[in-house]
Write a protein that binds this ligand. Sequence first.
Ligand code: PLP
Length: 404
Amino acid sequence: MKLNENFAKMPGSYLFYTVRVKTNEYVEKNPNAEIIRLGIGDVTRPLVPAVIAEMHAAVEDMAAAKTFKGYGEDFGYSFLRNAIIKHDYEPLGVKLELDEVFINDGAKSDTGNFAELFDRDNKVAVCDPVYPVYVDSNVMAGRAGDYSADSGRWSNFVYLPCTAQNGFIPEPPKEHADIVYLCFPNNPTGAHIGYSELKAWVDYALREGAVILYDAAYSAFIEGDMPRSIYEIEGAKSCAVEFKSYSKTAGFTGVRCGYTVIPKDLKIDGAVLRDMWARRQTTKFNEASYISQRGAAAIYTPEGAAQARQSIDYYKNNAKILREGLADLGFTVYGGVHSPYVWLSTPKGMTSWEFFDALLDRAQVVGTPGSGFGPCGEGYFRITSFGTQENSLRALERIKNANF
Ligand code: PLP
């Protein structure tokens, strides 16, 4: 019996697990410390009333034989998929068919699972820094080659450096890649891509025969005239899959629901990718729960949409408070406009983990070290706006008093 050897190749533990362990160690040594957690990207506001009412009604359905729901429709209830097409895509001028939309149980599962459809020898391009799921899931699949602890990189990946020099927006590389992961608005840098930069990626994918896996989990945070979906770019339906989530849009991190769009135009060697995913899902997934999907559908009612907007605006205001407050304290700050994440340069040449320790020790504030997202994240630090307004203000006050 042999285990999947790729798991043993993976360095250390998952970033947020390490952050949690380090924080817990600090609390054990300093039991009276009152920690402000602005590290992991979890939300703090409760579900909005319209969602709660709809979920209660769905629970009632489950209580009576006449309305009880067992296994759902393949790929998600049509009431939700129709609402997605009508409210998330039609206003952008994007037309989708019902069977191009797949309800998921959050974007993590689908972004982590999607590369199952591709051959092991495909070349993967990822941003650096990057949401770790794209890298780790390809490592587990044996697509990454060997890890170098010196460079912090895998031999088979194409890395796309995202630094202050390029405004954290990568250009398509010179070399060929088969699978490209893009995430905009970006986790962790908070940067968002414009139309012309995104078009350059679609052109690259069409030219190279590559597939873009476009993670738009934070699209609800976008302001102004910026792309909210990759399908706003001509040609994207032939080369891109889009992942969305209600986790950050409507506080669904504990409910679990989102969706994935795979246009039927997306074909590789004549094979329709959408059909492959459908085959995969019918084999391995039995849908998000009826209750979650009813809750998600409530976000598309006028009152649900307005309430969800209020929550997003609350976090966006926190991001503004943190962004402007940290800048006033002399930090160099990025992101936090189209995104809940504020990305800052660590002060005085500290490494990301040195700043993590110092911030915990001197301000009892927890953030996430940029280097945990990739080598180009070294010297940066991520703070989230998903806490309460009170804690965002208190964290700023403490950082001020810590005198970095
Ligand atoms: N994609 C990105 C970029 C994320 O930051 C996250 C969560 O933090 C996810 C996907 C996963 O979200 P969920 O599985 O809760 O939908």
